[in-house]
Structure formats: structure tokens, C-alpha cells
Design a protein around this ligand. Structure first.
Ligand code: C5P
Length: 406
């Protein structure tokens, strides 16, 4: 289940051109299963109308503390007590300054001050011109606001509406959702350092050709995102895939199985969990031609011979840290039939406590999947769901098993 499902979010808009992105943000929050109550400052009303947000959230937007629709005439109390979180997006330089001073002369800052500070988190997505963002007053105010208990989600970097380029853009709506989902996820992997391999490998034949497979990397990326949401420090070693890096995840791009092996060897000594989701090529061409192999018109075909690649998972699982329980190893098996028998045999052969089986043709490139978790106690099915959901469920299962070992 999405961590935002059933959450009630007060979405506050202060004045800034990024208000146009708040409409998309509201839509994504609703899509994630949250209820959204939009609150706009007068300045926000210069950039976007309440009609837009009302239509997207299905709730009347509140803009004034003098709103007579509130039976008790206490919009600031009602709104802040109902909320699971208050999210200010965009949060302008002026609004940060208002928060730093604890101002309460308009509804949005008033309800931030009125919120029960222990129970209702205040999350900020700042948005402003790069000079305004870099200004010492803004940074000083933000530090104060964070010291007072708010959470800054950070800013993006890039082209700004004013034509300048730099830090200060509001995070994209999808990035804010990622941050919010992480915020609401129980920190089951706090303190863990998780190393994940994902995607296919590419084994060169010559400078323009190679041997690869259909792995999209989506499952490994989803697990990386879920592990980070659960509080782990995550390193993702990715073969050639076209996927955005989950927020807060350190990514290392590799091509061949040997590159992947080297990267894993470098990071495994400090990891506490290793999850091998990559579809590593079993073999590579014995020699890589220096130049493109040419067709000479005679009908002769190149004679390729192969050598075996290192088995990264088996190698890591055999290391002393893994054998002494300091590195929890999880393998994957993509099978085409008899999942339970094949996955159980593979778990023993690789020497890992947990092996996750899936049916290869049903997962490669898909957005959803079904998993079979095989450990020494038996097998457990995680039924067909999106890879995002399965990533979260797997992290939860792993956390329980790791706790059980201590
Ligand atoms: O032996 P098989 O390729 O079916 O094993 C699959 C599991 O082993 C996956 O977890 C995969 O990431 C890992 N593996 C590996 N290095 C290889 C081959 C597979 O880490 N060379």
C-alpha cells in the first residue's frame, strides 16, 4: 500500500510561479490515495486560481482565516488538527521569513503556528530565484525554521522562470511525492547500508555489438527506492538501463559483468545487505575485437567463443562477512517453470538466506510482477502487484527476517 494512502495533507501554496506545479502535485497526491485540502495565500492567488485546485482535490480551497464556511470560525485550528502533514509547495522566500518569525497575520502562516508541533509535521518545498535562495537572510531563516521543527525537502537546480540558471527551483511534483512517501514510511532499515545490483549487463563482441538481455532494471530500482524510504543508505549498481535514479540513492553505472563485479567488490565491505537483482550475463565473448567485425560477402560467419563470467552473488555470499551474518544476502531467480523447486535449489547453490523467484518472461520489462520468497523456513508468495509495491513488501519481509536473526 502506498504510504500516502489515507493521509490527509494540507497543501499550502504561497506566492511564486511554481504554483503551476502545485496543481500537478495535488493531482499526484490524490492519485496516491491522500485527501488534499488546499490553502492559498493571497499572493498564490496571483499565480493560480482556487478553481483549479478545488477541481483537482474535490474540496473547497480555503484562503482566509475569516472564511465564514467554518462553523466555529476557526479555520486555523480545524485545518491544522485534521492534517497528517502540512506541505507548503511552493514555499516562497517571504513565507520562510514569516515562518521564522512565527507570523500569524494570514491563514497559511497562522495554521502553521497553530499546528500541534509534535503530531503534525510541516514540510517545505522552497521555490525562488537563485539569488533569493542563496541570500544569507533566506538561508538564516530556513535554518531557524528547520531548528523549530520543520522539514525542508530541498530545492532543484536548473533553468528558472526568470531566465537564470541555478539552485532554487521547486522540486518536481514527482520528486516531492517521493520525499513524502519516504517521510511516511516506517524506518525498518534504519542504520542499514544496502547494496543492490540491477538491470542487464552488456558483454561486448566488438566496439559496436554485444550480448545483453531484456532486463529493464525496474525491480531493482523499485527495491532501491523502497530501501531508501525505509531509512537505509542505498548504493545501486546499475547495468545499462534507462531509468531515473531514485531520490537519495547513490548510483554507480556499469556495463559488463566484470565491471559490475568490481563495483560490488568495492562497495560490499561496508554494506550490511546485498540484493542481487541484476540479470548478469553468464558468459562473455572470450575476446573483444578491437575493430568492428566486417561482413566480407563470402557468407562466412564469425566464430565466437565464450568464457564464464564471475558469479557475483555466490562470491559475495561466500565472503567471511556474509558467512558471519554481517552481510545479509538476497538473490533473485528468473525461471521459466517450476519456480519453487528451481528457486529452492538456487538458494542452496548460491548459499544465501533468502532467494526471490519470479517467472522471467512475466517480469522482464513489465511494471508489475509476482514474487516467491524462499528461505530455510519455506516459501511465501507475494502476489502480482506493481514493482513499486513489491519492492516495499520485499523490504518489509527482509527487515522481519533480519530482525529474526539477531
Ligand atoms: O544463476 P542465476 O543467474 O540464475 O542466478 C541468479 C542470481 O544470481 C541473481 O540474484 C543474479 O543477480 C545473481 N548473479 C550474479 N552473478 C552472475 C549470475 C547471477 O550475481 N554472474
Amino acid at each position: 500500500m502506498n504510504p500516502l494512502s489515507g493521509k490527509h495533507i494540507v497543501l499550502g501554496l504561497s506566492g511564486g510561479i511554481a504554483c503551476y506545479k502545485a496543481a500537478e502535485l495535488a493531482r499526484l497526491l490524490v492519485k496516491a490515495g491522500a485527501t488534499v485540502q488546499a490553502v492559498m495565500t493571497e499572493a498564490a492567488g496571483q499565480f493560480i486560481t482556487a478553481v483549479t485546485l478545488q477541481a483537482l482535490t474535490g474540496r473547497a480551497v480555503v484562503t482566509s482565516q475569516w472564511d465564514l464556511r467554518e462553523p466555529n470560525a476557526m479555520a486555523h485550528i480545524n485545518l491544522s488538527r485534521e492534517a497528517d502533514a502540512i506541505l507548503i509547495a511552493p514555499c516562497s522566500a517571504d513565507f520562510i521569513a514569516r515562518l521564522a518569525q512565527g507570523r500569524s497575520d494570514e491563514l497559511l502562516s497562522l495554521l502553521c503556528v497553530a499546528r500541534p508541533i509534535e503530531r503534525v509535521p510541516l514540510l517545505l518545498a522552497p521555490a525562488m530565484n537563485r539569488e533569493m535562495w542563496a541570500h544569507p537572510a533566506t538561508q538564516r531563516n530556513l535554518m531557524q525554521v528547520v531548528a523549530d521543527g520543520a522539514v525542508s525537502l530541498g530545492v532543484g537546480c536548473g533553468e528558472q522562470a526568470c531566465g537564470e540558471t541555478g539552485d532554487g527551483r521547486m522540486l518536481e511534483p514527482a520528486e516531492i511525492i517521493e520525499e513524502l512517501e519516504a517521510f511516511f514510511t516506517p524506518k525498518r532499515l534504519a542504520g542499514e547500508r544496502v547494496l543492490i545490483t540491477a538491470g542487464p549487463t552488456f558483454e561486448a563482441i566488438d566496439p559496436v555489438r554485444g550480448v545483453t538481455n531484456h532486463s529493464s532494471g525496474k525491480m531493482g530500482f523499485a527495491i532501491a527506492r523502497a530501501a531508501r524510504e525505509a531509512g537505509a543508505q542505498v548504493t545501486l549498481i546499475a547495468g545499462p538501463v534507462h531509468l531515473p535514479t531514485p531520490r537519495g540513492v547513490a548510483r554507480v553505472d556499469v556495463h559488463s559483468a566484470r565491471n559490475m563485479f568490481e563495483a560490488v567488490e568495492q562497495h560490499a565491505p561496508t554494506a550490511t545487505v546485498f540484493i542481487a537483482t541484476a540479470a548478469v550475463a553468464d558468459w562473455r565473448p572470450a575476446a573483444v575485437a578491437l575493430h568492428k567485425i566486417k561482413k566480407d560477402g563470402s557468407g562466412a560467419v564469425p566464430q565466437l567463443s565464450f568464457v564464464e563470467n564471475p558469479d557475483i552473488l555466490a562470491h559475495v555470499a561466500a565472503s567471511p562477512r556474509a558467512r558471519h551474518g554481517q552481510l545479509y544476502c538476497v538473490g533473485f531467480a528468473a525461471e521459466s517453470e517450476d519456480l519453487l523447486a528451481n528457486a529452492s535449489a538456487k538458494r542452496k547453490r548460491k548459499g544465501v538466506p533468502l532467494l526471490v523467484g519470479n517467472i522471467g518472461p512475466a517480469t522482464f520489462g513489465q511494471d508489475d510482477n509476482a514474487l516467491l520468497l524462499v528461505d530455510e523456513a519455506g516459501a511465501q508468495e507475494l502476489p502480482r502487484a506493481s514493482k513499486r509495491e513489491l519492492g516495499r513488501a520485499l523490504v518489509q519481509q527482509m527487515a522481519e527476517r533480519m530482525r529474526g536473526r539477531q
